[in-house]
Design a protein around this ligand. Sequence first.
Ligand SMILES: [Fe+2]
Length: 211
Amino acid sequence: MSDTSPVVRLRIPGTSLPEEGGLPPESNVWVVGDEESAIVVDAAHDHEAIARGLGDRELMAIVCTHGDADHVGAAAALADLTGTPVLLHPADGRLWEQVHPDREPDAPLLHGEVLVAGGIELRILHTPGHTPGGVCLYAPELGAVFTGDTLLADGPGATARFFSDLPTLAASVRDHLAVLPGETAVHPGRGESATVAEATARLDSWTAGGF
Ligand SMILES: [Fe+2]
């Protein structure tokens, strides 16, 4: 029987890429809702594993924190399996196209929008920097924010690619995440969870080469 807690973490292993050498990458998929219905935050790697994690709950939406392949790879298959819409910020459309050239997302995900999953409100925060269309989902009543690769347990997500930008990422975190209560749980797209206070402790050093 699947876990019907308000927040469930599914750790979904990916396939190892030769250029990465090491362990197969693992992404976090977050299921948020109640025992009746839920949303999936990111649909990584394996739609069948995600469907098993949902159990009998009705899936209301597949919400993409950003368009990277290791977070949207199973989104189209999960959408087809469940008849559920995929939501993505339009600024990550080109990343999505690289993974799913024959299928567009179903609806744009925009800053200020509020989604409801099993009675739980999730506020969309546009937080570019890791990717242009990165978003976080803040659930005040859960005291939690789902951050994708924008904010990891120990600091910012990667900003080495041409469309990434560390100062932009730092500004997004400063403006939208560091202002949340310090004890707010940060549930990232990879790795362990932390609090906002822990994950942003070195924020001032980010743009000074701290990461
Ligand atoms: Fe990413």
